[in-house]
Write a new protein. Sequence first.
Length: 238
Amino acid sequence: MSESEPAVGTTAVPAAAPPVRRDRSRVRALAVFAILMLGVATVLLLAGSEEPSGPGSGTASAGCDPVLTTPTSLNRNHVLLPDELDYSNGPPSFGPHLGVAAGFERAFYTAQDRPEVGRLVHSMEHGFAILWYDATAAADEAAMAELRDLAQRYQLANERLIVAPWLEKDGAAMPTDRHYALTRWSADAADPGNQLKQRGNWMYCGSVEPDQIDAFLKLWPNEQSPEPGVGLPESTAV
């Protein structure tokens, strides 16, 4: 047997593999990249879980806007027919109107029984506030039940509030995401007939907000109306 041949019953042992060389710089770079990607994924996950707050979102629709006040048109004329009226604001808080006010026989109206807009504007001339609601609100049964209850409570307290629908045919639509509007025609208590001191007031809301509605009504007592003390509410039956 030659010296190069292994002995019978023995196994040749392979040569040891050369040690693996690790590129430490590459390992560190991969670890840093993995950490960065994990951070990006976390940020995206948190951003996706936040509540939307832009136009059209649920949070944008809730609550009421600050009160908007402007000088009036200096026109308090009575007209004979509703077709003679054209209210550019949606809805109006002052302007020419029909000769007969809506009165206070009812505090809540629907699209089927609401008086003409010109009669409601006349009521505002005497110190009433009108809480208008649009078609979107009208389709919300819970909101309508809340408005009915609110109207009845104010009427029983002899507070001048009428709740009525603002219809598409009446004029300009309310602002986007706003389905309710409180309007009030105010004047200087010391000189109520002075049209230069009279103002139209609006507060638009995306939901029924009793506290903010109450605050709006308390801003102007009846004395601060173009014709205060006229048409004083007496009925307490809705």
